[in-house]
Structure formats: structure tokens, C-alpha cells
Design a protein around this ligand. Structure first.
Ligand SMILES: NC(=O)C1=CN([C@@H]2O[C@H](COP(=O)(O)OP(=O)(O)OC[C@H]3O[C@@H](n4cnc5c(N)ncnc54)[C@H](OP(=O)(O)O)[C@@H]3O)[C@@H](O)[C@H]2O)C=CC1
Ligand SMILES: O=C1OC[C@@H](O)[C@H](O)[C@H]1O
Length: 403
């Protein structure tokens, strides 16, 4: 089904795009079509003919041949920045100073120094400041928010997250493997995985216990994969395994170990709670351990599954002997908000839900309440930096435009 195209309101926000990027059609051009208050009105590129072809393909009326020209365009009220990570800081600062609202791709900046500088810009504390949002799209989808509502962070014993993309999906000269552009898997897939841990625990890690990169052959500052474990308050552990060049995971490993790992699995987070004693005072000891598994939390609109798994054990009050052990399972799927009055459709992507909230902020409306604030975005980069340091890798370079 093609999503409906909404007639545009007179006061619609006019967005300009930085760069003829791969992600913009999914992240904003498509979602804008069904939003009555969003028009993708301009694109700026370093290469005018590329921008013209892109504009024609996606129905974008204005083409600028430099990023500066986009900022000088007074018909544009907001910008979307899907530039290489290493350019996020510079163009976000320039855009905010030009009075534009900014939807900024993740990770917001190259490192925590840049994040603190960007999110603490004095103009963001002025009366009626422009809106600035780090585009962690998955957080805006009702499936993710429903998942979070199923447990308390303080009850978690452990959480693990995995995200794989098969080798070859992105070529080796992609921005993701370029150190000077602030590449690396932790900056890319890894930033989602780390953010899910910070979300489920509702707390910051107290330490990085371990961080093991698999370095790129061409540049040993680049992690093409990363495994890391964090300690959270109370001693619970959270782990991530992210790989942008995944191989193997296929039958006959002696033959297929170096083949692209097409079937290594969808992005998945598993949260295990501490055991809980739910015995009656008179009866046998009844212990339950709950786990929550969210498969495909990144693109839940296409398909997802949230499993709630309870493992029960019954013992005599003072005995070791097991009386009974059983597992109960329930599956939840959430494609739209469940409460009356909340806005959204089953076909809305994570990006569409995100755009809804961005517009609500610009228009000063309450919205769903889901948002990523400045502190959160700064903390995220602090944890990325801490992980790189633990892994023995250099922090991603700071922009020469740092204020
Ligand atoms: N939210 C999400 O789901 C996703 C987010 N992302 C994020 O979006 C950003 C862009 O990713 P993606 O769309 O894959 O990237 P692309 O490489 O497709 O696009 C980046 C654009 O940046 C411009 N650019 C400016 N300077 C450079 C440079 N030195 N080298 C290369 N490109 C440059 C280019 O536009 P031009 O030449 O036209 O000026 C280019 O098209 C990244 O930060 C990434 O993390 C990416 C994918 C998914
Ligand atoms: O959503 C995503 O999927 C592919 C990644 O490499 C990308 O940068 C990320 O944001």
C-alpha cells in the first residue's frame, strides 16, 4: 500500500536537506508526504548535478549548490542533517545560528566534547529557541515505548543487544569506515545498541567493563565490529554486540565462515529480570524469572515481536527438590499507540512517528511526550567515548569548527 499524500497546510514547515544522502528518502522525504505540516522544499549538495537528479527523483522544488546557500534561504524553516558524522557538529551549529530548527542524524556529534558544545550553545537557552533533535527514530515508535513499559530498570539482572549487517552491504569506502569523518561501527549501529541499554535501565552505566573491537584491515582506528559490556547501578550488566561487516552464522561453518552473514539475525534486545519470589506464606517456594525479548526494534513497522517469557519453579518450603518447572510465553505486537487520542497509523514508520514529534515541538504542541533531550544526547556521546577508550581506540576527531 502507498501511504496517503496529505494536502499541505499553509503554515507547513519547509525543510531543507543537507546532501543527496542515502537515508533521506526513508528518514524524511517519504514520511513528509503524509504529514500535512511538512514540505521538503530544498536540497543542498556539493555537486549541483547530483542534487538536480536527486531533486527530480524525489520532487524537491529548490536546489542549492552549497550548504551555505541553503542556510541563507529564508524560505526554509528547518533542516535535516544526514551528513557524515564528522560534519554534524559544524552544520548543526551553523543551522541553529541561521535560525533553523534542526533534525540531526545520530550520532549527534563525533564525540562528547562536540556534543557538550552543541547542546549547550547559549542560543538554545534563549527565549523561543530553535528545536534541535538527535534522530533516534526507533524511540518514537509505540512498540519501543510499550516494551519499556513492561518492566522497571531497577529490576533488571542483565540485558543484551545484538545488531548485524552482512559484510558488503556498505562498501569499504563508505563514510562508516572513514575515521576522519567520525566513522566506526560503535558510531553507527553501536549508538543504537548503547542507547537501548541506557533506555531499558533508565540509568547511565557506572563503568565499561570490557570493549573488544574488531578493527578494519585498512585502518586500525576503525571498529568494523564491537562487543562491549557495561555495569549499571546495582551491579546489573548490559552488553552490546554490533557488526557492520558480519560474516558466517551459516550452516557448514568450515565452508561458510567468511561468507557474508546474511542470517545473523534482526536487531534484538533481551532483558532478563532478577528472580522474584512470589510464594504464598503457606505454600511451596515459587520463584519466577521474567525475560522480555524485542526482535526488530529498529524497523518495527515492517515486522516485530515482543516476547514476555516467564520461567516458574516450585520447591518445597525448605527443600531443594524441584516440584515443578514450567515456562509461560506471551507475544505482544504494537503498531500504533493503544490509548485513545494518540496520533499514528499502523503503517507509520519509526521516522514518521519521529517527524510527528519534531513538528509538535516546533508548533509547541504536547504530542506523545517522547523526546530526546540535550542531556541525553550528551550522555550518549560520553558513553561512546568511554567505550572507545576502553577498547584502546582513539576518540573520533573533534571538528576544527569547535566553538
Ligand atoms: N536514522 C537512520 O536510520 C540512519 C541514519 N544514518 C545517518 O545519516 C548520516 C548519513 O548517512 P548516509 O545517508 O548513509 O550517508 P551518505 O553517504 O549516503 O550521505 C551523506 C551525504 O553527505 C554529503 N557529504 C558531505 N561531505 C561529505 C564527505 N566528505 N564525504 C561523503 N559525503 C559527504 C554528501 O552529499 P552531497 O555530496 O550531495 O553534498 C553525501 O551524500 C550518518 O550520520 C548516518 O549515521 C544513516 C542511515 C540510517
Ligand atoms: O538505521 C541504520 O541502519 C543502517 C546503518 O548503517 C545506519 O547508519 C543506521 O542508522
Amino acid at each position: 500500500m502507498s501511504p496517503p499524500v496529505a494536502p499541505k497546510k499553509e503554515n507547513a514547515i519547509r525543510f531543507g536537506l543537507f546532501g543527496a544522502s542515502w537515508i533521506a528518502p526513508n528518514a524524511i522525504i517519504g514520511p513528509s508526504r503524509s504529514h500535512p505540516e511538512v514540505i521538503v522544499a530544498a536540497i543542498a549538495s556539493r555537486d549541483k548535478s547530483k542534487a538536480q537528479a536527486y531533486a527530480k527523483k524525489h520532487g524537491i522544488p529548490i536546489v542549492h549548490d552549497s550548504y551555505e546557500a541553503l542556510l541563507a534561504d529564508s524560505t526554509i524553516t528547518a533542516v535535516y542533517i544526514p551528513l557524515p558524522n564528522g560534519l554534524h557538529y559544524e552544520w548543526a551549529v551553523k543551522s541553529l545560528k541561521a535560525g533553523k530548527h534542526v533534525l540531526l542524524e545520530k550520532p549527534s556529534t563525533s564525540n562528547a566534547i562536540e556534543a557538550a558544545s552543541l547542546f549547550n550553545l547559549p542560543l538554545l537557552s534563549s527565549p523561543d529557541p530553535p528545536v534541535l533533535l538527535e534522530a533516534f527514530h526507533y524511540r518514537f515508535h509505540p512498540a519501543w515505548q510499550t516494551f519499556l513499559s513492561l518492566f522497571d530498570g531497577s529490576d533488571i539482572a542483565s540485558a543484551t543487544v545484538s545488531q548485524y549487517l552482512f559484510a558488503g552491504f556498505f562498501p569499504l569506502d563508505d563514510i562508516r569506515f572513514n575515521y576522519s569523518l567520525a566513522g566506526g561501527t560503535l558510531m553507527d549501529f553501536g549508538t543504537y545498541a548503547l542507547s537501548t541499554l541506557r533506555q531499558v535501565f533508565r540509568a547511565e552505566p557506572v563503568s565499561v567493563i570490557s570493549a573488544e573491537p574488531r578493527k578494519a584491515a585498512a585502518d586500525d582506528r576503525i571498529d568494523e565490529a564491537m562487543r562491549a559490556t557495561y555495569e549499571f547501578p546495582g551491579g546489573a550488566k548490559g552488553s552490546i554486540e554490533v557488526d557492520l561487516q558480519a560474516r558466517g552464522g551459516l550452516p557448514l561453518p568450515w565452508l561458510t565462515a567468511y561468507w557474508p552473514g546474511y542470517f545473523k539475525g534482526l536487531p534484538t534486545i533481551t532483558v532478563k529480570l532478577k528472580e522474584q519470589d512470589i510464594s504464598d506464606s503457606e505454600g511451596p517456594s515459587h520463584v519466577v524469572q521474567r525475560a522480555f525479548v524485542f526482535t526488530n526494534y529498529m524497523m518495527p513497522t515492517h515486522w516485530h515481536r515482543i516476547e514476555i517469557i516467564e520461567q516458574h519453579t516450585l520447591h518445597p518450603p525448605r527443600g531443594e527438590k524441584l516440584i515443578k518447572k514450567w515456562t509461560e510465553k506471551k507475544t505482544v505486537k504494537v503498531y500504533r499507540w493503544l490509548e485513545e487520542g494518540q496520533v499514528g497509523e499502523e503503517w507509520w514508520s519509526t521516522y514518521r512517528y519521529q517527524l510527528e514529534e519534531f513538528v509538535n515541538r516546533v508548533k509547541k504542541r504536547e504530542g506523545s511526550g517522547v523526546w530526546i533531550d540535550s542531556k541525553d544526547s550528551i550522555k550518549q556521546l560520553e558513553m561512546i567515548d568511554a567505550t572507545y577508550l576502553k577498547a584502546g581506540l582513539p576518540l573520533r576527531p573533534t571538528s576544527t569548527a569547535l566553538e
